[in-house]
Design a protein around this ligand. Structure first.
Ligand SMILES: CC(C)(COP(=O)(O)OP(=O)(O)OC[C@H]1O[C@@H](n2cnc3c(N)ncnc32)[C@H](O)[C@@H]1OP(=O)(O)O)[C@@H](O)C(=O)NCCC(=O)NCCS
Length: 181
């Protein structure tokens, strides 16, 4: 994006990244602006989540700095199959974030590209996400990748005396995802 190679690497997450991933998620969550979390879940929960994602082969990458510290993540979670509620295994939910000092350098674009290629390989047809309406940077990025707005949950969050709308967006697998073919 800016021509110069970045001192950050994008790679699939490993179980050994659990603590570093949790710490990164915690830093972004504590900004109280972009994520539903305002702090990260416990280390045990983070570990469990990573393990399940890795075992199921679902897209999950981290951006790491030269010391292999996690400075960002992107994942596409598919809720485990429930025979009582079938019909949702083709759709995944996207989540991502980067440490503040690493934003705006093209890393979000790179992580999304890797996750979308991965999603394509495992046959995901629909990727959906929820983003706060105030998060115009993220919304611009998602639009660039072909996400469209499917709806808005008005004043869905009230935090620190501020309301925010939640924008529901989705991206169907190109070129013609929704024709049964
Ligand atoms: C959203 C986020 C992951 C994007 O990653 P990033 O590395 O900063 O984004 P990139 O540098 O790849 O930017 C790609 C595009 O996104 C858009 N964009 C990113 N940041 C922007 C900003 N602050 N304002 C406007 N557009 C922005 C632009 O369209 C940009 O393309 P351009 O450089 O050609 O103009 C990152 O900014 C972040 O972690 N934000 C805080 C956490 C968050 O919002 N997570 C998502 C919750 S739904």
């Amino acid at each position: 994006m800016n021509g110069k190679p970045l001192p950050a690497e994008i790679r699939p997450i490993r179980e050994a990244d659990a603590e570093s991933y949790r710490a990164c998620l915690d830093r972004v969550a504590r900004e109280r602006l972009y994520l539903a979390f305002t702090e990260a879940p416990s280390a045990a929960e983070a570990k469990f989540f990573i393990k399940a994602m890795v075992q199921r082969g679902l897209p999950f990458v981290v951006a790491v700095d030269p010391s292999d510290t996690v400075i960002g993540w992107c994942d596409i979670h598919v809720p485990p199959d429930n025979p009582l509620r079938p019909g949702f295994q083709h759709a995944g939910q996207l989540g991502m974030g980067l440490d503040e000092s690493w934003r705006g350098k093209g890393l979000g674009t790179r992580m999304l590209q890797v996750c979308f290629d991965w999603a394509q390989r495992i046959g995901l047809e629909r990727i959906e996400l929820q983003v706060y309406a105030s998060n115009s940077g993220a919304i611009a990025l998602y639009r660039k990748f072909g996400f469209v707005t499917e709806g808005v949950r008005v004043r869905a969050r009230k935090l620190d005396q501020h309301y925010d709308d939640i924008v529901i967006m989705a991206r169907l697998r190109p070129p013609q995802a929704n024709n049964g073919g």
